[in-house]
Write a protein that binds this ligand. Structure first.
Ligand SMILES: [Mg+2]
Length: 167
């Protein structure tokens, strides 16, 4: 598999991403996927551990922006409000444009940005095309859109041999 499918880091879940390590590595902006990264698709709300992580990240001075492919703008907007994040919706990942828009909006360079998401073929590829670091997390739930289930089959191939920190 080419490097466009490879994440910089593999971590079991967002709350296990080490905030101090991000700051130490020069990260200023965290781009966050919504569905199954921050908000389990079968629950619809960010769990307490995610909210606690966001608070730690903000305290450490990190900027946060949701970058979501979810086409329900009101859902995405509501989550951004709950999470206290900026938001770019209709992202059309794996295209890198929304990530670039988010970086412009937040005033960050690709070198100081990381994309965190649960899908190789949207989040990781978009991050690589936008020239940012990427962290792939495990999906929070097994609930996915039908076409995501198809991508998950190929994802399993792309992830052969990957070790996720925290599991
Ligand atoms: Mg997702």
């Amino acid at each position: 598999m080419g490097s466009v499918f490879r994440a910089t880091r593999y971590v079991a879940s967002l709350p296990l991403v080490d905030v101090d390590e991000l700051v130490g590595a020069g990260v200023e902006l965290v781009l966050l996927d919504r569905d199954n990264t921050c908000v389990p698709r079968d629950v619809g709300e960010p769990p307490a551990e995610v909210m606690a992580w966001l608070a730690r990240a903000r305290e450490a001075g990190l900027s946060l922006c949701l970058v979501s492919n979810n086409f329900h703008s009101s859902q995405v907007g509501e989550t951004a409000r709950q999470m206290g994040c900026s938001v770019v919706d209709h992202a059309m990942k794996p295209a890198p444009f929304a990530l670039r828009r988010a970086m412009r909006l937040m005033g960050a360079t690709p070198e100081r940005t990381v994309m965190v998401g649960d899908q190789v073929f949207t989040d990781v590829v978009a991050g690589n095309l936008a020239g940012v670091r990427t962290i792939l997390v495990r999906p929070q739930s097994r609930s996915d859109l039908w076409y995501t289930h198809v991508f998950r089959l190929f994802e399993r191939l792309a992830l052969r041999g990957a070790r996720f920190e925290g599991e």
